[in-house]
Design a protein around this ligand. Sequence first.
Ligand SMILES: Cc1cc2nc3c(=O)[nH]c(=O)nc-3n(C[C@H](O)[C@H](O)[C@H](O)COP(=O)(O)OP(=O)(O)OC[C@H]3O[C@@H](n4cnc5c(N)ncnc54)[C@H](O)[C@@H]3O)c2cc1C
Length: 288
Amino acid sequence: MKPAPFKLCVPEEEQEILALLHEYGSEARVLAGGQSLVPLMNMRIMQPKVLISLNRCSALGYIHEQNDGYALGARTRQAEIEDSDLVATQLPLVSAAMPYVGVRASRNYGTICGSLAHADPLAELPSVAAAMEAQFEIASVRGKREVSSDEFYLSALSNCLEPDEMLRQVWIPKALPESRSVFLEVSNRSHGFALVGLALYASIDADGICRKVRLAAMGLSETTLRLRLAEKLLEGNVLTDELIEQASVVSTDATEPHSDIHADGKYRRRVASTLVKRALQNCSETVN
Ligand SMILES: Cc1cc2nc3c(=O)[nH]c(=O)nc-3n(C[C@H](O)[C@H](O)[C@H](O)COP(=O)(O)OP(=O)(O)OC[C@H]3O[C@@H](n4cnc5c(N)ncnc54)[C@H](O)[C@@H]3O)c2cc1C
């Protein structure tokens, strides 16, 4: 199957990209790595009249230190992030998740912002962004605005971008020295899309007390889901086996995971609870 006819624009400057987005509005789509968009166009699930490619705009390919964190530009490839020593030391949760995102061939061209904007409920990077409380910088001819992960994700494959807006960069805070970052997922086959996954970021002080805990799961809801009940239970307390058990139980309370040919909702909830337990045990082992 081949895509419906479309016009391809390949601007070299960011302002040109924004002007084209403004000119074509909802008829256009941003083309980043094409690893999700092109297959959807080939199946004619998506039929944009105009594609506005980011791929010749080198100014959007960067990993910049910014305000106690790092800004990752819209054209930064997933493989660049995966290979970056800086990301490995400063953003360990991002590094931990990268090997789960597709295959190396898709990561060579796929972008981090493309994965975030695509908003697949089973994608790893939206959960990493939620757990790290990333800031999404959105640009249009009207200027820039910033939103949190909660504000960015609306539902499956749906984000808060206006038709003439692009996700210009994602800003992720540096991991604190005393923090722990754990990424776990279960899928039917290696390198397949996850059934359920979990991103954990926790800062634990010298007395073993959880000062801050962020848990974000994929596969439990239409978007990445912060497990706030468990976070609240853990914060201010020492990670004991009893507390870990309680947290893994409450973590999936009130969740209604969907069922499909890959797994049913009950199974997804049970797996998520187990991943919470394993991730917290992993944390407590490195503390003790
Ligand atoms: C074999 C294979 C396996 C894969 N497995 C996984 C997996 O396990 N986990 C996973 O998360 N992903 C997986 N993917 C998808 C992959 O990670 C894609 O790279 C990613 O989903 C989209 O990023 P992209 O840069 O390729 O964007 P594109 O495919 O170019 O775009 C995706 C969507 O986002 C929009 N978009 C892209 N960039 C922007 C922007 N800056 N601003 C506004 N809108 C934008 C596009 O218009 C489009 O609607 C897989 C892909 C392949 C081919």
